[in-house]
Design a protein around this ligand. Sequence first.
Ligand code: XLS
Ligand code: NI
Ligand code: NI
Length: 435
Amino acid sequence: MSTDFFKDISPITFAGADSADPMAFHHYNPDEMLGGKRMEEHLRFAVAYWHSFAWEGGDPFGGQTLERPWHPQDTMANAKLKADAAFEMFRILGAPYFCFHDADVRPEGSNYAENTSRLDEMTDYFGTKMEETGTKLLWGTANTFSHRRYMSGGSTNPDPDVFAFMAATVKSCMDATQKLGGENYVLWGGREGYETLLNTDMGQELDHMGRFLNMVVDYKHKIGFKGAILVEPKPQEPSKHQYDYDAATCFGFLQKYGLEKEVKLNLEQGHAILAGHSFEHEIATAAALGVFGSIDMNRNDYQSGWDTDQFPNNVPEVALAYYHILKAGGFDTGGTNFDAKLRRQSLDAVDLIASHVGAMDVCARGLKAAHAMLEDGGLETALAERYAGWETPEARAMLGSDLGSITDRVLAQDINPQPRSGRQEILENYVNRFV
Ligand code: XLS
Ligand code: NI
Ligand code: NI
């Protein structure tokens, strides 16, 4: 099958910063070297199948606005047409990776067995296309939040049959991810949380979720899946209170259930904003705790308070995110997944391409700025100076001592610290030179 959905659009190429061509890259130059690594290998861009191909343009006040050749999405024939268009778009963008949920790629079956056989048929279809085009799978995941069976949660559902259906579904999606050579497996628990404590046993739900995640890790080892298992934090939406609130909450959860060495985090900018954090806060937290994995790159609207999943377009924000990623050593199995969708008035194929082109350019500019700041070393020098006192033997020894000995030293040396400037504005001015 073939689709002419993108028929008038040629593959996007790098035209340089001076070009005015809206359908060219101005900053994303896959082969440009930054610190011994190609830009493409730094950024590891992935297209999100759900937003680009499955979402039909609905919002809480209105239904479908987008009309695609693969609608309605309830037949296997249309699922294959959708895959054809998707791989055509990956080729046009030169996007090395994609990500998908089971429900994005196959129509819902009448039961578990039919869901799984349809998923199998679609991953066979993907496999051939991936071989032909060289596109790779950054991660696979299960949609355990849209169907009404999951309205009260997946692994945290009060009904054990839902837990069972969900666990079996995740197994099938891990199998699919493994089959396609996926580099990570993601779990985002949109319904793993609650609406009201009046009907919720939080302690029991957390224990079930911890047990379930241990089963996922056991299964990963059983099948020899080489990728990383990633949990994606989000504070709320759709659930009022989600258990995976933010990076720090997830780390506490992983530690309680003995998983902090086995599971890492997929951090999303929009979710950080909903949690009242900056994106770089979430990245730096995960890096400091040793659980940084991958990112979902999008932005929220700062006024609306929803997860609006817009394409990134703020270079200074993106630059600070990549600064902390580079500082943490860059991506290992992770990458930059555009978990972002068009506005519902952006109806055309060209909108779908242009949104990604712009986002890839914004990320490339951010990455270049981040790399330049690290090379220059201004922030690291300032940091080293600010913490220099801790380099003295006396200061280091203090960490191994106790409150009594510290008090003796304060008295003996009459320690009476004088405040020093934190230099925030000077550092902000420094960053502005690079972005
Ligand atoms: C929703 C999440 C979702 C995950 C994958 O807010 O970001 O898209 O990335 O299930
Ligand atoms: Ni999200
Ligand atoms: Ni996401």
